[in-house]
Design a protein around this ligand. Structure first.
Ligand SMILES: Nc1ncnc2c1ncn2[C@@H]1O[C@H](COP(=O)(O)OP(=O)(O)OP(=O)(O)O)[C@@H](O)[C@H]1O
Ligand SMILES: Nc1ccn([C@H]2C[C@H](O)[C@@H](COP(=O)(O)O)O2)c(=O)n1
Length: 214
């Protein structure tokens, strides 16, 4: 079984996908983490003008398992290095490059093959696994998503402002949705779930009820 969970930044899709993976015992693929990894490489080099084939020559490894996706670079697991807004911005800018996105789609398909997966990101249900058995699009208002991201980064001890995060989210939403090729949008057959006024547990139980119904 393949489940696609897509949605905009800070909508809560990683939280839901990770919990769903654990409840179902199916490996979790956090595609945004790989975009963030290459965004990190581009950030360190100060440019996104990097051919996909050159980026993929990096010494990296991806491990997907129940409840987790891990990225290793030169043998070291990267985590906090990938979570900041600046790396996210570089990741988003790379996501605008069609050749890079096509290379990422190929990479994810080869990584998962015919195995079961809960795939989460922006284009899992539209392009990575269009034949997924279930497709959910998790969203929330920009203000609520900024609030969630603000609380998340503050809990990590980062000195951030709600206003800056809201602006970054709105800019990224606009950029992701207005890409000439591969614009960010829900799959036509995705079930859209607005979580603005919903708790994580409510969203998870609702999704599980949909999966168990079939
Ligand atoms: N329904 C919810 N209500 C309140 N907070 C939530 C909800 N869902 C997730 N959160 C919190 O919002 C923050 C962002 O969630 P998460 O990282 O899952 O979003 P995301 O869509 O994967 O973000 P991104 O794609 O930008 O990485 C986390 O701190 C998470 O605990
Ligand atoms: N499948 C994906 C996953 C992510 N991206 C881009 C878009 C985001 O701005 C950025 C970071 O992802 P996040 O950690 O916020 O999920 O990477 C994409 O274009 N396609």
């Amino acid at each position: 079984m393949k489940i696609a969970i897509d949605g905009p930044s800070a909508s809560g899709k990683s939280t839901i996908a990770r919990l769903l993976s654990q409840r179902l015992g199916i490996p979790y693929l956090e595609t945004g983490l790989l975009y963030r990894f290459f965004g990190y490489i581009a950030y360190k080099r100060g440019t996104i003008e990097l051919p996909p084939d050159e980026l993929f020559k990096e010494d990296f490894k991806v491990v997907i398992d129940v409840g987790k996706t891990e990225v290793y670079w030169k043998g070291k697991r990267l985590s906090e290095e990938l979570r900041g807004e600046e790396v996210g911005r570089y990741a988003s800018l790379l996501g605008e490059v069609p050749a890079f996105r096509e290379r990422m789609i190929k990479f994810f398909r080869e990584l998962v093959g015919s195995s079961q997966v809960v795939g989460e990101g922006r284009d899992v249900g539209t392009h990575i696994f269009p034949q997924a058995d279930y497709k959910f699009f998790i969203t929330a208002s920009p203000e609520e998503r900024a609030r969630r991201r603000y609380l998340e980064l503050k809990e990590r001890g980062m000195d951030v402002s709600y206003e800056d995060i809201l602006k970054a989210i709105q800019e990224r939403d606009y950029r992701d949705a207005n890409r000439p090729l591969y614009p960010f949008k829900p799959a036509e057959d995705a079930l859209i779930i607005d979580t603005t006024n919903k708790r994580v547990e409510e969203v998870l139980e609702y999704i599980l009820s949909i999966i168990k119904e079939r």
